[in-house]
Each structure stands twice: as C-alpha cells, then as structure tokens.
Design a protein around this ligand. Structure first.
Ligand SMILES: [Mn+2]
Length: 423
C-alpha cells in the first residue's frame, strides 16, 4: 500500500525542525503549567472513524465528477482507509454502510487485518432502493405500509447480524423519511410509525451494542423530516431505552444553531451517542471538518473534554463528509488531523481558571481563557504523535510522494460520472 521507506524518508527531512518546534512549545506550555508529553499521549491515543463511503468522490444533486482510481468495492475502500491510517495514525476504524459494503464477514475480517483496521458503527441504508422487493420512495421506518416498515426493520437487523460477525458494537440509523408538501403526511402518526419500527430494531440489539439515531433538518424530504432535530432525536432515544443514543452530525442543523450547547444538553442527560464530523457554510454541505469554522469544532471538543471521565461517557467519533473537488484520501487525512487539533486545543483549556471566571461573571476573561487555548498552535504535538508511531509528519506530502493514487488508478477502471452520489 504505502512503503514505510517513503514515510521514513519524508519524516527524516522534517524531523529536526519538528523536534525544535516541539521543544519550544513544550517550554511555552510548561510556563502555563501544562505537560506537553501528557497532551501528546492523549492525542496519540485518540482515533476517529472513517466512513467507507468517504473514500469515493461525492457529488451533488446536479453532478458528480469522479476522481482517478476510485474504489470499486468495499475491499478497495478498506485499502484506501488503511492508507489514511498508516499516514496519520489517527483513524483506526471504518464505518460500513449496508448494502453498499455488503460482503462475507470472513472476507471483511481478513481485509481488516491486512489493512490494520477494525470496524466501527454499522450504518443501515433505507433511504434508497437497491433491489429490495418494496420501494422506499415514500419512506422506510415510518412508511404507511406495514410491509415496507417490516422490510426496513429486517434490513437493520441484518446490519446488526453482519456487524456482530465483524466486531462492530453499534448501529447508526438515519432515515430520509418525511414529506415534501404540507398535508402530505400526518406528522403525528408518521412519528408513531417510526417509533414502532425503531422499537422493533431496538428489541434486536445485542446487550453490548448501542443504537445511534441521527437527526437531520431536511433533505431528501424538503417540507418535513421525521427525525429533524436533536429534540425529536432525544425523544426517540428516551422512548427506546438505555442503549439508545443521539448522534450529532455537525451539518444537520439550521444555520447558526449552537451545536456545542446541544452537545452539552445531551451529555447532561446521558444521551450523547456520537458524532459525524464535517463542516458547512450554508446547509448540509458536507465540507471538510474544520475547513469553515474551526472554532465551533473546538467549542464542541471543549464540552467533550469537560465531560471526560463521567460514567458511561464514551461517544463515538466519525467523519462524515463528501469530497467533490479534492482527493478523498487527502481530505480525510486533513480532517482527521483537524479533529485531533480541536481535541488537543480543548485539552489546553485552563479549566480551574475558567470556572473561577464563570463564578465571578467575568465574561471577558472567561472567553479569553477559551481563546488562549484555541490560539495555541498545537501542530508540533500532532506531528510528534505521528512521528512516534512512524506515521507521516506530513501525511499529504508523503501520500503524494508515494504515488499511491497513480498506482490504484491503473488497477481501478475510471468510474462513470452522472448525478447524485451524495450521502
Ligand atoms: Mn451523517
């Protein structure tokens, strides 16, 4: 996949400067009472899951412009995910989407071992038709026809069954159900139907599994969506039971919504299941994590670090973004590092000082305390964590030097263009 020599050569060029930068930052943090090695160890232990669908080029409702050497199937996807982890040391797991990634469990396990990966949450797809007997055109778990709901429930149970065989411990359910016109659906009955079907899935959840439901404000339904916001999502998790949690996709909110506050609320009531990280400017843009508003990402991590160590607090972290104009491997590597960066910055917050300023109602100093952590350039910490794992100090540079994309482009035939492709 990626020759270790390529990584080592690229690291050799960067190592001296990195050690000098790390020492200088270590001195600076020491004056703030922070042990840089302790932060580095936490960052090194941190991992974010890659969505299998992220390694293909995305698209919009208008068009899709395929890249070179796109993965043909789940095994190519796992190769690409293995490259991302090899170079960043930050993405030890992959989240599969079924039926897109359906394959024999033994073959999936063998490929995971070969690529040094494990499997994160399973994702069920009942938002498109893929050869199943009944159509999801008018919904899945909330469909008016009980036979369609049953088919969707059974698909989710199949995802759990496959997941059990490949070491997954969670199922993420996102449905496109809703309506496109006022009056098209009875919103109360539709939600009841959803809850009934979700209960059937929950009943099939193994004891050591978690069920994540993911809300989204709109699209593909453009008038109303069954699971449209964190309030509805919380009601679902509460109705279902102790192993049901809410998943927060950063792109699935109305513009200007205070996402870090939603995170705080879900933490307070023990219902934060995990994240789909991405960034957005206008809607569910699926842009690269941290590319538009890195401060918001930091504020989310500020809440997470504050909650660290609370009983049963173990949210799942995954990227979920669409790459239309970049090489997906490069975008996913950059995004994984942005997530790590936000985590590292949040670890630098002087929490005792912050609490003091909050008690005194010193708004200016409280916000300055957060800013001080956010403004710290933690790049040497991230890069040192990579160097010590023999991952790449400069993952994108090493990836380009490796020739991986050109190599797989020879094996993988050019994909067709066409429309759609966004997930
Ligand atoms: Mn998502």
């Amino acid at each position: 996949m990626i020759d270790q020599d390529v990584i080592d050569r690229s690291n050799a060029v960067a190592e001296a400067a990195l050690r000098a930068d790390y020492a200088a930052l270590g001195e600076h943090l020491d004056r703030r009472g922070i042990d840089i090695d302790a932060i580095k160890d936490k960052v090194a232990a941190y991992g974010v899951a890659i969505p299998s669908w992220g390694v293909g080029t995305g698209g919009t409702r208008f068009a899709r412009f395929p890249g070179n050497g796109e993965p043909r199937h789940v095994f190519d996807k796992l190769d690409d995910c293995g490259v991302i982890h090899r170079l960043t040391g930050a993405t030890p797991s992959v989240s599969l989407h079924i039926p897109w990634d359906d394959a024999a469990p033994a073959e999936l396990n063998a490929k995971a071992e070969e690529t040094g990966l494990r499997f994160d949450a399973m994702n069920s797809n009942t938002f498109q038709d893929s050869g199943q007997p009944l159509s999801y055109k008018y919904g899945s778990l909330s469909h008016t026809d009980p036979a369609v709901r049953q088919q969707a429930v059974e698909h989710n149970l199949y995802c759990i069954e496959l997941g059990r065989k490949i070491g997954s411990k969670a199922l993420t359910v996102w449905v496109g159900d809703g309506s496109n016109f006022p009056g098209q659906t009875n919103m109360t009955r539709q939600f009841d139907r959803y809850l009934g079907a979700a209960q059937d899935i929950y009943a099939g959840l193994p004891e050591d599994w978690r069920l994540f439901t993911e809300h989204k404000m709109f699209e593909p339904a453009f008038y109303s969506t069954v699971v449209q916001d964190w309030g509805t999502n919380y009601l679902i998790a509460k109705e279902l039971g102790a192993r049901a949690f809410c998943l927060v996709d950063l792109g699935h909110h109305a513009p200007n919504v205070n996402i870090e506050m939603i995170v705080a609320r879900l933490i307070r009531f023990g219902k934060l299941g995990g994240f789909h990280f991405n960034d957005s400017k206008y809607g569910d843009d699926d842009l690269d994590t941290g590319s538009i508003d890195p401060y918001r990402l930091f504020l989310v991590f500020n809440e997470l670090v504050q909650a660290e160590g609370a009983p049963d607090f173990d949210p799942a972290h995954m990227l979920d973004q669409s790459h239309n104009v970049t090489d997906p491997i490069e975008s996913l590597m950059s995004s994984a590092m942005e997530v790590q960066r936000a985590y590292a910055q949040a670890l630098l917050v002087d929490r005792a000082a912050l609490e003091g300023f909050q008690k005194e109602n010193d708004a200016l100093m409280a916000t300055t305390t957060l800013k001080r952590a956010f403004r710290t350039d933690v790049e040497p910490i991230l890069a040192m964590a990579r160097l010590e794992k023999r991952a790449a100090v400069d993952p994108v540079g090493a990836f380009r030097a490796s020739g991986y994309r050109a190599r797989v482009s020879e094996e993988r035939p050019a994909a067709a263009g066409g429309g759609g492709g966004i997930v």
